[in-house]
Design a protein around this ligand. Structure first.
Ligand SMILES: Nc1ncnc2c1ncn2[C@@H]1O[C@H](COP(=O)(O)OP(=O)(O)O)[C@@H](O)[C@H]1O
Ligand SMILES: O=C(CO)[C@@H](O)[C@H](O)COP(=O)(O)O
Length: 525
């Protein structure tokens, strides 16, 4: 046994995190930098800047660079020995885009160890604020792209999703249409994932098939950019995007900058980064039939699919572990941040108090249903707060205890309803595996268990996206043909933390039908 270490980095919405594993898959380092509190000079809230129109959402690109500088410094101060790292990989929040300006590649390739990456790269972007997955400003571009390829269903068949406002191709089209000078001054467009990989590789890293599936640009069957989509979104776009690659591609050695500044070994390999949800799939190593509920800034529900069956709801991405299979995913914008807002307003800023309030009401909430879309939701495309009593009468306010249960019940009824609409089957053998920040809260997981009528499991490290980066780094160095299962075979199995409460089985099927009707009603208000 050697003391080799594998690192997984997660550039998610609210923070940059790292986990390091030794060859026994034991955690040897776990650190993070939170954008709002560790980098207050960028003025973010929840890691992002919401524009005055409430639908434009961006993050300062250079903030992500500075966060990585701080994280590496923090690891160094903790005495971390970078020379033991044999390979690293990671992920980024999906769909966000980075625009490197002409000449940036030379700067990236020639970073000097006597200064930080932030100081050297802060002026390297043709667009300083990256549009991210919460942005909802591209509805006209959706129409243009869907029309160009023969309609929404044809776009879904080709790229795995009909047009969605946050998808990168539409964001690129908007830049092309509204700021052609910046578009023309862009020599490379990265996803957050390939941008993060570039910082380690010291050169432009390619986009991987899995995260590339979240752009409305990649043909998910041929794994090449769709010429029709590229032509519609901008000029010379293939050159600006580079050639997409399999998610387990070994890019090469870590940059000489990182070797000189932090003592990484010159042989340390950088493995292609992917999206945070695909990376979580790798980190949880689910079995056939498992449904994953990721409760980070967004709530997502996803699973491994043997075949691509794109439809009008949800997304199909190429599987990051096996490019011949797929993953199905549905994403909700009003997840943790909406729960957190209600926790602040109703429960004095304490999750324990939030959980106490939850216990003061019963499943079904006496017929009260509250639907909270603080930000314009992805499905349905609605913004606002809607409260109904058992007779479907609308109210302006609920008591704190009713409000707490209402947000959880409506959120997870919606997760179930849309997951089922895009073909996810929850059977008696199904396990829900929960991950992300809110998976630490067992009271929330019990509501999921009751609504999904399935056992809920967790793994002992809530950050499955980072773990996925570590496992993918290990996997990429194995001989070709090795099964991913070999990497994760000896891991402890996810632990069951909740099972459906017997008496609640009759409550939620009826409530789901009422939720469906009320959601339809508010969509037409
Ligand atoms: N005990 C808890 N109960 C409910 N939610 C929690 C709890 N602890 C953290 N969270 C939520 O987790 C979210 C962050 O999750 P995380 O997976 O780290 O996000 P991201 O990866 O998007 O940056 C926070 O916004 C917070 O609301
Ligand atoms: O848009 C999506 C998935 O399609 C989001 O899930 C983002 O990938 C952000 O992830 P988190 O920061 O919430 O993990």
């Amino acid at each position: 046994m050697t003391d080799n270490i594998f690192l997984g980095f997660d550039f998610s919405t609210q923070q940059v995190k790292v986990i390091g594993l030794n060859e026994n898959l034991k955690v040897v380092i776990d650190e993070n930098i939170k954008f709002d509190t560790d980098l207050p000079e960028f003025g973010t809230s929840g890691g992002v800047n919401i524009h005055n129109d409430k639908v434009g959402v961006t993050a300062p690109t250079a903030m992500w660079v500075k966060a990585l500088d701080l994280l590496l410094e923090k690891m160094k101060s903790a005495g971390f020995d970078f020379s033991k790292v044999v390979a690293l990989s990671g992920d980024g929040q999906q769909h966000g885009s980075v625009y490197w300006k002409s000449g940036a590649r030379e700067v990236l390739k020639n970073l000097q160890a006597d200064s930080s990456m932030y100081e050297q790269l802060k002026d390297s972007f043709s667009v300083n604020d990256s549009p991210i997955w919460m942005d909802a400003t591209t509805s006209s571009q959706i129409q243009t792209l869907e029309k160009a390829v023969g309609g929404p269903m044809e776009l879904a068949r080709l790229t795995g999703s009909r047009g969605y406002e946050r998808f990168t191709g539409l964001q690129i089209m908007k830049l092309y249409q509204t700021n052609k000078a910046a578009y023309d001054d862009t020599e490379r467009i990265s996803l957050v994932s390939s941008f993060a990989a570039s910082l380690f590789f010291g050169d432009y890293a390619p986009i991987d098939y899995s995260d590339g599936s979240g752009m409305n640009l990649l043909d998910i069957r041929t794994k090449n950019w769709s010429p029709a989509c590229l032509e519609t979104c901008g000029t010379s776009l293939a050159d600006k995007l580079g050639v997409p690659v399999p998610s387990n591609t070994v890019l090469g050695n870590v940059s000489s900058y990182l070797c000189n500044k932090y003592g990484f070994s010159g042989d340390c390999k950088v493995i292609t980064f992917t999206g945070d949800n695909p990376s979580s799939l790798a980190g949880l190593a689910p079995r056939q039939g498992d449904v994953i509920a990721s409760l980070g800034s967004s709530d997502t529900v996803f699973l491994w699919l043997p075949e691509a069956t794109p439809g009008m709801d949800g997304h199909i991405f190429v599987n990051p572990l096996d490019q011949n299979t797929y993953m199905g995913l549905v994403c909700f914008k009003n997840g943790s941040l909406t729960r957190e807002r209600i926790m602040q307003q109703c429960a004095e800023g304490s999750w324990d108090r939030f959980n106490d309030l939850l216990q003061q009401t019963s499943p079904g909430n006496d017929g009260n249903i509250g639907i909270y879309f603080d930000a314009r939701e992805i499905q349905p495309v609605v913004m606002g707060k809607f409260r109904f009593d058992k007779d479907d009468q609308q109210f302006d306010n609920f008591s704190p205890a009713v409000e707490v249960r209402a947000v959880l019940e409506s959120q997870f009824l919606a997760r179930l309803m849309y997951a089922q609409a895009c073909g996810m089957k929850i059977g008696p053998e199904s396990r829900v595996i929960a991950t992300g920040g809110a998976s630490a809260n067992k009271a929330i997981l019990q509501v999921i268990s009751d609504i999904f009528n399935a056992d809920v499991h967790v793994i002992d490290v809530p950050n499955s996206a980072c773990l996925g980066g570590c496992y993918r780094a290990i996997y990429a160095l194995k001989p070709e043909g090795t099964d991913f299962e070999e990497v994760v075979r000896n891991l402890p199995k996810p632990e069951r933390v909740c099972k459906p409460t017997a008496g609640n089985r009759s409550v939620y099927p009826a409530m789901l039908e009422r939720y469906r009707l009320l959601e339809g009603k508010i969509s037409t208000l």
